[in-house]
Write a protein that binds this ligand. Sequence first.
Ligand SMILES: [Zn+2]
Ligand SMILES: [Zn+2]
Length: 205
Amino acid sequence: MPEEVPPIQEPHSMRPFVIETARSNRSKCKVCRRAIQKGTLRFGVLIVGPFGPGYLWHHMTCGARRRLDEVEQAYAASAWENGLDVPSIDSLRALVEESAEKKARRKEPPYAEIAPTGRSKCKRCGTLIAEGTWRVVLSRSVEFYGQTRSGPINLHPGCVAAELCAPDCATLASGFAAALGQNSADLEPGRIEEVLRQIGDLPAV
Ligand SMILES: [Zn+2]
Ligand SMILES: [Zn+2]
């Protein structure tokens, strides 16, 4: 149920989208789940719940990151009160692209993910990693024309411990669990525990 239903008499209250300044600290962002501070911009998407129509609120920037199409529609319809100082749609688009790039760059091994296809092979045992199962990405160093580089390799969780002992493994066994959790920040904490259980005992360091 939406936290706040604007009064019916407001002329713009039942637009499909609305951009406005939060009137209290009580609304929560549907993306990051944090409170939207009074006086800051929020983006509302109209939904009809069991208690009638109301808005799902988002921080302006969270809304742009998660629902850019709808934010674009709100901008096309100028879904805000005259005189409200809203960021330009171009600045929001730039922000969305930037955060997508950052997300890609943030993927530093070691991290865990669900294999999106069944085509990747485990670099330790040489067999395929099944679609929809855990895949752990570590870093392995490769000698290339006298230069040492490191690149990401895919592993079954059960093959991780052996790889960490390999001489060419470029991922530290020391602090491994913490690093895995940190680099897999897009996963919920409980899921990290699940991968760590599948990885099993780590080599003593
Ligand atoms: Zn937010
Ligand atoms: Zn394997």
